[in-house]
Design a protein around this ligand. Structure first.
Ligand SMILES: Nc1nc2c(ncn2[C@@H]2O[C@H](COP(=O)(O)OP(=O)(O)OP(=O)(O)O)[C@@H](O)[C@H]2O)c(=O)[nH]1
Length: 529
């Protein structure tokens, strides 16, 4: 899981600030900043960058509050969440121009460089699979003649991934092998040719010298430097040296899974204005994510990331299904059927840990209960969706409110409880809200791309609950610890980013229960409140 602890600590700091009614605003901001700063420093983020982030956050939060005297509590919360989100994005944003994109029906040559063991060969194959899944004809060339066994490694990876490859056991000149491989693939009209070069033990002049020599022959459209994220802020020096010798280059950061220092590496590279184009998030062939600051921070904070989910989706799903879901999302819709297709596709995507982070609530669930149990839960979700009729799947789930007997039928059919069915409906509703905010953002209305998910759907025409009913609901929920823990399990527990699409923790859940729409929906669904 990518930097799970850092995300949790930042969430906790923001959540405490949002619920702090004791201190004045400036003190609350300072307490929150202290925790965020400590968490970032412990993740090896450079002290200068952290200090800049602290100053920016403080100034923005205090100025905005002074600027508008009559801000409501809800506005203050939004301000804090959005400002923290934006500043964290800024920290990992290299602000470089959009990097090279391969073009169909053309020869696109991509050359990989990097230190030994950084994950270069693995990443070459991952990228080959990435483009191959997007319809490109891709070939791999092994120009690493330095390390014995390098060609065998690439060959094994390529065979496993069904990618054509070229290399030599006898030729010792990497430039020659690269030239031959490219000539061969060009002749056969390959569209993306990926050249793996040899690594070195240290950041040596020899590495860059060889890169320049091979470069002169293969004339790559893009040179990608592979950097191991576990080196943390030391990545800055390598990234700088690389930028100086290959200004047309981009960075692929590997081993972002399970390394607390990943945040340090990303921010360090970003500070050198070298574009980070992908991150490696595991050893599996699909563990490669396109890097974008907003997606990265969204996942870090457990907000969920519908854009990356769709991007991943395209690699494994049936294109017709993806197209239909994309069209729905563009129209601000996200039906149960879209949800079902997503779940089915996700089940095909290998390790769930990376995918889970893109779905609101699932990332937290993953960190708490582990891969195996998450997989079981996801399977259950598919059983529930499988038990729905076509009419139900194509609906916006309101049909279950109008006819609650449907809930009972689906629960029986899927071997689950009514409560579990209700929770899936809630998750689909959260995704639907994300789709709505995506549409709003496309129309220029959204708030800096931050999905605004207050947790519950906006259901027009619903009668309002009376304050007495609200109170009763809260009392019933408090008096029923079983229901509480059930909800907590289903929702993935603590650590969400309230109001920003993350699944809420129980405090947040209690606050949500005060929301008339939530209360009405809970009541309509017969959730024991
Ligand atoms: N956890 C994790 N492991 C990775 C990732 N990328 C690569 N690895 C592992 O890192 C190790 C080194 O990867 P290689 O691809 O052999 O590294 P290399 O840079 O080609 O090494 P040389 O050929 O010696 O220069 C392997 O065990 C990979 O499985 C990643 O994103 N996450």
């Amino acid at each position: 899981m990518v930097l799970a602890d850092l995300g949790k600590r930042i969430n906790t700091a923001v959540n405490s600030a949002l619920s702090n009614t004791q201190d004045d605003y400036a003190t609350t901001v300072d307490v929150m900043l202290k925790t965020i700063v400590t968490a970032l420093l412990e993740s090896d983020v450079n002290i200068k960058l952290v200090s800049k982030l602290r100053t920016n956050l403080r100034t923005k939060l205090l100025d905005a509050k002074t600027g508008s005297k009559s801000t409501s509590n809800a506005q203050t919360k939004k301000l804090i969440q959005k400002t923290v989100f934006d500043e964290l994005c800024d920290l990992v944003d290299c602000k470089a121009e959009q990097s090279f994109q391969p073009k169909k029906k053309k020869t696109n040559i991509i050359m990989f460089v990097g230190l030994q063991g950084s994950g270069k060969t693995t990443s070459c194959t991952k990228l080959a699979v990435y483009y191959s899944r997007r319809g490109f004809k891709v070939g791999l060339v092994c120009a690493d003649t330095f390390r014995a066994g390098a060609f065998d490694q690439l060959k094994q990876n390529a065979i496993k991934a069904h990618i054509p490859f070229y290399g030599s056991y006898v030729e010792t000149d990497p430039v020659k092998v690269a030239a031959e491989g490219i000539a061969r693939f060009k002749k056969e009209k390959f569209e993306v040719i990926i050249v793996d070069t040899s690594g070195r033990h240290h950041q040596e002049q020899a590495l860059f010298q060889e890169m320049i020599e091979i470069s002169a022959v293969v004339k790559p459209n893009q040179t990608i430097m592979v950097l191991d994220a576990s080196i943390g802020q030391a990545a800055e020096q390598q990234s700088k040296a690389f930028k100086d010798s290959a200004d047309f280059g981009a960075i692929l950061l590997t081993k972002m899974d399970g390394h607390a220092k990943g945040g340090g590496a990303i921010s360090a590279v970003a500070a050198t204005n070298t574009p980070i184009i992908f991150i490696g998030t595991g050893e599996h062939i699909h563990d490669l994510e396109k890097f974008s600051p907003k997606s990265f921070i969204s996942k870090l904070l457990g907000i969920g990331d519908i854009e990356s989910l769709l991007e991943q989706f395209q690699t494994v799903s049936n294109t017709e299904d993806t197209k239909a879901t994309m069209e729905n999302i563009q129209q601000g819709k996200f039906t149960l059927l879209d949800f079902k297709k997503q779940m089915q596709t996700i089940m095909k995507m290998g390790p769930l840990s990376n995918i889970a982070q893109m779905i609101p609530g699932m990332g937290n669930m993953m960190s708490q209960i582990g891969e195996e149990e998450t997989s079981q839960k996801m399977k259950k979700m598919v059983y529930v969706l499988d038990s729905m009729t076509k009419e139900e799947l194509e609906s916006d789930s309101r049909i279950f409110i109008d006819q609650p007997s449907r809930l009972v039928r689906v629960a029986r059919g899927s071997g689950t409880s009514v409560f579990e069915v209700e929770m899936i409906l809630m998750q689909q509703q959260m995704m639907a809200r994300m789709a709505q905010s995506t549409k709003a953002a496309q129309g220029g209305v959204g708030a800096g791309g931050m999905p605004r998910i207050p947790g519950m759907p906006n259901m027009p025409g619903m009668p309002k609950m009376t304050p007495q009913m609200m109170q009763q609901a809260q009392q019933r929920l408090r008096a029923n610890p079983g229901l509480m823990s059930n909800m907590q399990n289903m929702l993935g527990g603590r650590g969400g980013f309230p109001g920003a699409g993350g699944m809420p923790d129980m405090n947040e859940m209690m606050k949500m229960m005060q929301d008339p729409q939530m209360q009405q929906m809970a009541k309509q669904f017969g959730m024991g409140v």
